[in-house]
Design a protein around this ligand. Structure first.
Ligand SMILES: Nc1ncnc2c1ncn2[C@@H]1O[C@H](COP(=O)(O)OP(=O)(O)OP(=O)(O)O)[C@@H](O)[C@H]1O
Ligand SMILES: [Mg+2]
Length: 409
């Protein structure tokens, strides 16, 4: 496997698939969209497959409720946000059930079987509510997009799962499920209480069993049996495809970007993620630490003399001195005191972030590019916000001519 990238810009040129994964709420969707935007600005045909994007972000990309359809983000929208695309940007919103339906359509032996499965109540329940099906279907969609061959770069956002690590195992769970005796896999949960070890489909049923009272009527058993009759002959197709999806995740041109926030729990999970990707021999290219609290001491903050004092004495000491000086002058404006305290809080917070990020970079993230994005004062809900993320992550793309020239009146 070739070396990981040393600049994030390399992702745009050297990879065909980028998968953004990480814990819930850390910025996976916004990071994925920014990577695709950066690629489009740099001249590539890029598509981002988003999962459950915030409505405002979806609207600003031109995505509608319908989902599953690739739409082009109009170049005018990008220009309006101050950037000039040299390539093209496309986006879609994953529709888990729609993707599952397409798989059934692809592998059903005949029209009658296809209809019987799609209309089957058991199938409908399973395809839309099952734990883990969105994990697998995200990958399935990725594979579909890859097979189409229309894009230079496909960026995949990943579902907001509690256990982000499970995501990586989704194709394996799918192949395992189809390797075993299907009926046994499906029926075991009824027979045994210990259903945890049954893999993807077993766990799926575990979820359904919680609704057992409403579901276990005779009609359900009939639906259930009919589903299996109609599904017969499709196992091999499903299993083989899941194998190909898994292989795509291991291609040298497929790259994982772990997204995290600097808080202790997401950072710890990001560390596990890095380790797990290595174990699974998947290519980890970068860790993006999003929403980092910038430090006034380290960055472009106060005047150099103030920064030097802060560096030399630390924020607590500078605060004490400032308060003492103000008291000596017989005048401690409350606002100044509060502002100083807020400042010290911010510095402590920033110092904590810094320590933890260092820990990740020297630990599980060693040898991998670690990039930080500051916490903006506003949410990232439109192309303008994505552009700001691109400026942080891919500065050379913006400097390299993607900025719309400012017209001077
Ligand atoms: N650097 C940033 N500064 C400020 N707000 C941000 C930043 N990055 C992301 N956000 C905001 O944080 C929220 C969560 O981001 P996002 O939806 O991308 O996370 P996610 O990891 O996809 O979440 P989920 O796991 O729920 O899918 C959004 O409201 C987004 O606008
Ligand atoms: Mg998301």
């Amino acid at each position: 496997m070739s070396a990981p990238v040393t600049r994030l810009e390399q992702l745009l040129d050297e990879r065909k698939v980028v998968i953004c994964c990480g814990s819930g709420g850390v910025g996976k969707t916004t990071t994925s969209a920014s990577i695709a935007l950066a690629a489009a600005l740099a001249g590539r045909r890029a598509v981002v497959c988003t999962i459950d994007p915030a409505r405002r972000l979806a609207n600003s990309l031109g995505l509608t409720e319908l989902g599953n359809e690739v739409v082009e983000v109009a170049p005018e929208r990008l220009r309006a946000a101050g950037v000039e695309p040299k390539g093209r940007l496309f986006a879609l919103m994953l529709d888990t059930k729609g993707t599952f339906d397409r798989l059934i359509e692809r592998y059903a032996k005949d029209e009658d079987k296809r209809r019987r499965i799609l209309q089957n109540k058991f199938y409908q329940q399973m395809s839309s509510t099952v734990v883990g099906s969105s994990d697998y279907m995200a990958m399935e969609k990725l594979y579909e997009l890859f097979e189409e061959g229309r894009f230079d770069l496909i960026v995949l956002d990943t579902p907001p799962t509690k256990h982000a690590l499970d995501f990586l195992q989704a194709p394996k769970r799918m192949t395992d499920a189809f390797d075993e005796n299907m009926l046994q896999v499906f029926l075991k949960p009824w027979a045994e209480a210990g259903m945890k070890s049954l893999g993807f489909l077993g766990r799926a049923l575990g979820k359904l069993v919680t609704k057992v009272d409403e579901l276990i009527g005779l009609k359900f058993v009939e639906d259930f049996a009919d589903f299996f009759r109609a599904f017969e002959g499709m196992y091999e197709g499903f299993r083989a495809r899941a194998g190909r999806v898994d292989a795509l995740l291991r291609e040298p041109f497929t790259s994982f970007v772990v997204v995290t926030s600097p808080q202790p729990l997401p950072l710890a999970e990001a560390g596990f993620f890095c380790d797990r990707l290595r174990e699974l021999e998947m290519r980890l290219d970068a860790v993006v630490v999003n929403r980092v609290q910038p430090s006034a001491v380290e960055g472009d903050g106060p005047r150099e003399d103030v920064r030097a004092r802060l560096r030399a004495k630390g924020p607590h000491e500078v605060l004490r001195e400032a308060e003492a000086a103000a008291r000596a002058a017989g005048d401690v404006p409350a606002l100044l005191g509060a502002a100083l305290r807020a400042f010290v809080d911010q510095e402590l917070h920033a110092a904590g972030d810094r320590l933890r990020i260092e820990g990740l970079a020297q630990g599980p993230g060693k040898g991998v590019l670690v990039r930080e994005v500051p916490s903006f004062s506003r949410d990232v809900h439109d192309i303008d916000g994505l552009r700001r993320l691109v400026e942080e992550l891919f500065p050379s793309v913006i400097e390299g001519g993607a900025r719309v020239p400012q017209v001077t009146p």
